[in-house]
Design a protein around this ligand. Structure first.
Ligand code: PMP
Length: 400
């Protein structure tokens, strides 16, 4: 029956982890995986999460199904975190929302909903490059995927002129995906001033903004600052749609906690849209998982826990920023050819180093250091124990 099924290509990121696992050298470093690691390179469960789990456990909750759109205490708090409690759509009760299977599930629901109901086009534009899963997510949810310019290899920064030109030449009312903060894989974000220009252009061309926010708080350590783009667009009257993930900022990766929301015109429209979100979700997975949503709801709604969480998010963000500083200082001190300022100016979990594919290959073979072939490194994989070894190895490979 399956004789004609061809073998699919391995996942480019998970393949890096496979190679890392097979390496027996004690100096080995895995910079492929997009998950936070602590000062000792170990996965990190937040204290606020552990405390929330104890609170949940002691209330001896049942395991009944959640409603189709999930745990209301979670989704309400999630959209408040994103848009701000005082924002017009939250105050006016016009945000339609459903819990989702983390950010990926939120994007998929969004793709399916737009595919079914967005009246103007079935095409979504993604930045080049974008998170590798964006294209298959939107393609499989029935949209056509196209690109707009984003990253400039020459400056290892934003191609702002190219971005603006591409927005200007899109057909009116096209759907455009933006990374709300900490662009993956490049770590390059528009400045607030550039976001304002983008918002103006989006308005002029009546484009439809789809925000993917997988790193709120994780980028700068400040939830409000990381939500700047989304909140600015909303304050300018854009009816955005938004995917949220709590994988990184709460460290809830495998618990799959996320939300998909849409700004609607009023509470009546919101109710209609939510009724259709249910019809999208029901045949996909019926209703979302319980445990992670309970954890997130507990943290978001209990002021002491929220405060502790904020501190932990700041700690993770600051540890990553300090690794950027050390890596930059080391590379410069070792006289590494090239300009390395982007290591410090890039934002979030990842850095696009500018290392070439042959250089990444040499790093794996000679130094037991594993990263994706595009030269992206997860900053969270670096720590006080391995940063010097890593910098020396990069310096060596760049000097050739
Ligand atoms: N969007 C972006 C840009 C991401 O980097 C990620 C995580 N790698 C996601 C969405 C979704 O991840 P998850 O499904 O684990 O929340």
């Amino acid at each position: 029956t399956w004789a004609a099924v061809p073998a699919g290509p391995p996942d480019p990121i998970l393949g890096v982890t496979e190679a890392f696992k097979a390496d027996k050298d004690p100096r080995k470093i895995n910079l492929g995986v997009g998950a936070y690691r602590d000062e000792n390179g170990k996965p990190y469960v937040l204290n606020s999460v552990k405390k929330a789990e104890q609170i949940i456990e002691s209330s001896q909750p049942d395991k009944e199904y959640l409603p189709i759109t999930g745990l209301a205490e979670f989704t309400k708090a999630a959209v408040k975190l994103a848009y701000g409690g005082e924002s017009a759509p939250i105050a006016g009760n016009s945000v339609a929302v459903t819990q989702a299977i983390s950010g990926t599930g939120a994007l998929r629901i969004g793709g399916a909903f737009l595919g079914r109901f967005y009246p103007h086009t079935k095409t979504i534009y993604l930045p080049t490059p974008s998170w590798g899963n964006h294209t298959p997510i939107f393609r499989d949810s029935g949209l056509e995927v196209k690109q707009y310019r984003y990253f400039d290899k020459k400056t290892v920064g934003l191609d702002f002129a190219g971005l603006k030109d591409d927005l200007k030449s899109m057909p009116e009312k096209s759907i455009v995906l933006f990374h709300a903060c900490a662009h993956n894989p490049t770590g390059v974000d528009p400045t607030p001033k550039q976001w304002k220009e983008i918002s103006d252009l989006v308005k002029e061309k009546q484009l439809f903004p789809f925000f993917d926010m997988a790193y709120q708080g994780f980028a700068s350590g400040d939830f409000t600052r990381d939500a700047f783009a989304v909140r600015h667009f909303v304050s300018e009257g854009h009816q955005v749609v938004l995917s949220q993930s709590f994988a990184k900022n709460m460290g809830l990766y495998g618990e799959r906690v996320g939300a998909f929301s849409l700004i609607t015109a009023d509470p009546e429209e919101k109710a209609r849209v939510e009724s259709q979100l249910k019809i999208v979700v029901r045949p996909m997975y019926s209703n979302p998982p319980l445990h992670g949503a309970r954890i997130a709801a507990t943290i978001l709604n209990k002021p002491e826990l929220y405060q502790e969480w904020e501190g932990e998010v700041k700690h993770m963000a600051n540890r990553i920023i300090s690794m950027r500083d050390r890596l930059y200082d080391n590379l410069v001190a070792q006289g590494t050819p090239g300009e390395w300022g982007h290591i410090k100016s890039q934002i979030g979990m990842f850095s696009f180093t500018g290392l070439t594919q042959p250089q990444t290959k040499t790093l794996a073979e000679k130094a037991h250091i594993y990263l994706t072939a595009d030269g992206r490194i997860s900053m969270a994989g670096l720590n006080a124990h391995n940063i010097d070894y890593f910098s020396e190895s990069v310096s060596k490979v760049v000097k050739g």
